[in-house]
Design a binder for this molecule. Structure first.
Ligand code: NAG
Ligand code: NAG
Ligand code: NAG
Length: 390
């Protein structure tokens, strides 16, 4: 969509016009919808502001299909962390600070860039609770005025989408990236249950498969993070109950422990060298007191031979952790070795000319074939073993 007022066209030189065209070409502008009625239901962001989403209407033969994409952005596991989130950019703790996100990659309205989902109703569920939409605590501490209500936000946004047409959908895809990808897994069965069995409903987690594994120093240091998160946000009752009746709720935040209980088809899109996981699960600062991994974590060219070997050990453990996904033939996966985090939102990674391919298919093609049952798609890149930039 080109959004330049006509008097500006007159003023600008040919070169400027071309530059403006290139910059705005293909970027659909999608405003933010605030759900004011969420407040009465206690479905609010960390700061008490109402929940929000962005919707781009479907067109052509996509009008009765819905893609609901859950925004990511980490979590907060302590009161102090959640307080500071209230003022974060992108409104990660408050809808008052939200600015529109771009619809790119899996959300793009261009057929060439997004061959399957381009004309669907496409939604970004905006993230402002810090718990992957699992929190539900009634009390509000007057000292901090923090609300832990992520699960209610999920319900209220989905309810609104149902009311404006999603209940009659033919095909529905719940997706998300990072903390949003994890939310897609955790909410998948409950979401599926809202539709008749005749509706095709599937879920995809992009960079949301956070593994339970030891860090560089041999400790499960990240485990504490999820334990604290689940306690602070009162998440346990929104996690799949077959899982929480078998193990600590904090562990049920890990896909590898919860996926065996999920019945709806799930697609795991993840790099075996996910940059976020490497920085915060495998080589967090506390496991690396001399900062030996600091440079390698963010720049592959700075990794020593020994560090590249450690990263390959990480990959092997990651692959172990996803073996449960392959146990159901209805699940899919695209596991490459790009040094990246969140590939479905990036035009280049999703379907670009040099995008990574497995079985000769881009991520967009593999996911599309799997969604429509054209073929199974469970591929792990065993050709490019080393991490690399894609
Ligand atoms: C959206 O795209 C525009 C144009 O490329 C860019 O300037 C802006 O920073 C993008 N916004 C976000 C939130 O990524
Ligand atoms: C880890 O250490 C690096 C280098 O000292 C620093 O830049 C970074 O902010 C630290 N990360 C965290 C999460 O504390
Ligand atoms: C890969 O796909 C391209 C384009 O779809 C096709 O031209 C090519 O023959 C395929 N290569 C293999 C090895 O299947």
């Amino acid at each position: 969509m080109i959004n330049v007022r006509s008097n500006e066209w007159v003023k600008c030189t040919v070169i400027m016009c071309i530059m403006m065209f290139l910059k705005t070409e293909g970027l659909e502008e999608v405003g933010i919808t605030i759900i004011q009625s969420g407040i009465a239901k206690g479905a609010v962001c960390l700061d008490g502001s109402p929940p929000a989403y962005q919707l781009a209407k479907g067109f052509g033969d996509g009008v009765s299909n819905w893609l609901v994409h859950i925004q990511g952005g980490g979590w907060c596991n302590s009161v102090q962390d959640c307080v500071s989130r209230k003022t974060l950019i992108y409104g990660l703790g408050s809808s008052k600070l939200m600015t529109p996100l771009n619809f790119t990659g899996i959300l793009s309205n261009e057929k060439e860039q997004n061959p399957i989902f381009y004309n669907w109703n496409r939604v970004i569920m905006r993230y402002c609770d810090g718990s992957s939409f699992t929190g539900d605590v009634e009390e509000v501490d007057p000292a901090t005025s923090l609300y832990f209500r992520g699960a209610r936000i999920f319900n209220v946004i989905v309810e609104e989408l149902m009311n404006i047409g999603m209940k009659d959908a033919q095909n529905v895809f719940l997706s998300g990236c990072s903390a949003g990808g994890l939310a897609s897994i955790l909410h998948c069965d409950k979401f599926r249950g809202l539709f008749p069995t005749s509706t095709r409903v599937k879920c995809i987690a992009d960079a949301g498969y956070f593994p339970h594994m030891k860090d560089l120093s041999g400790q499960y240091s990240f485990e504490t993070f999820y334990d604290q998160l689940v306690t602070l946000h009162g998440s346990a009752k929104y996690l799949p109950s077959e899982c929480t009746s078998n193990m600590a709720p904090g562990l049920c935040f890990y896909p590898q422990f919860v996926v065996p209980y999920i019945k709806t088809p799930i697609f795991v899109l993840n790099s075996a060298y996910d940059t976020w996981q490497i920085s915060y699960i495998f080589a967090p600062n506390e496991s690396d007191p001399h900062g030996e991994f600091t440079k390698c974590k963010t720049d592959l060219n700075q990794c020593s031979t020994v560090q590249l070997q450690r990263l390959q050990d990480f990959r092997a453990e990651f692959l172990d952790s996803i073996s449960v996904v392959g146990k159901s033939s209805s699940n899919g996966m695209f596991i490459n070795t790009c040094f990246a985090h969140c590939q479905s939102e990036s035009q280049q990674a999703w379907s670009g000319n040099d995008a990574s391919k497995l079985d000769n298919k881009t991520i967009a093609e593999g996911v599309g074939d799997w969604f429509f049952d054209k073929s199974e798609f469970r591929k792990i890149d065993n050709e490019h073993i080393l991490p690399h930039y894609c």
